[in-house]
Design a protein around this ligand. Structure first.
Ligand code: ADP
Ligand code: MG
Length: 141
């Protein structure tokens, strides 16, 4: 499914709608350049899940966890691996607990460096910048 969004609000709304498709243990890869809308989309997902804490990009901390109050999904694990240079650095992050959480959802910005470590992937969302618009493709893996 490929869509065009014309504003950050539209991208957020797309994330909010997408959240309805998510099931516990889903792993979502967000692929796209800096400023292409990955965090904006994640804000929408969080909103869709009923998360009320503010979503800011975990660029410097790698991971931010957000609790969900109701429903089968209890935690959103939001990763940003931008600062990890290669697979070797990624090995320093133990993803096991997060991937195995029966009530968790894992969303990863800049997942490229982790592709050999994280083999389970449920969704891939590809963001492309088209001037003031964004082309967003949602793929179920
Ligand atoms: P990323 O996490 O991919 O680096 P962000 O979501 O943090 O990107 O930032 C996207 C930036 O692009 C924001 O400054 C936002 O205002 C701007 N923007 C412009 N048009 C759009 C759009 N259609 N969707 C999402 N963001 C947009
Ligand atoms: Mg980001």
């Amino acid at each position: 499914m490929k869509l065009i969004t014309k504003s950050p609000e539209e991208t957020e709304k797309l994330g909010e709608d997408f959240a309805r498709k998510l099931r516990p243990k889903d792993v979502v890869f967000l692929v796209g350049n800096l400023g292409s809308g990955k965090t904006t989309f994640t804000k929408g997902v969080a909103k869709g899940l009923g998360i009320t804490t503010r979503i800011i990009s975990p660029t410097y901390v790698v991971l931010r966890s957000h609790s969900v109050k109701n429903g089968p999904i209890r935690t959103l694990y939001h990763f940003d691996l931008y600062r990890l240079k290669d697979e070797k650095e990624t090995l320093g992050v133990d993803f096991t607990d997060y991937l195995e959480d029966e009530n968790g959802i894992v969303i990863i910005e800049w997942p490229q460096v982790s592709q050999y470590i994280i083999k389970r992937k449920t969704w891939k969302v590809i963001f492309q910048i088209r001037e003031d618009m964004r082309e967003i493709e949602i793929l179920q893996e």
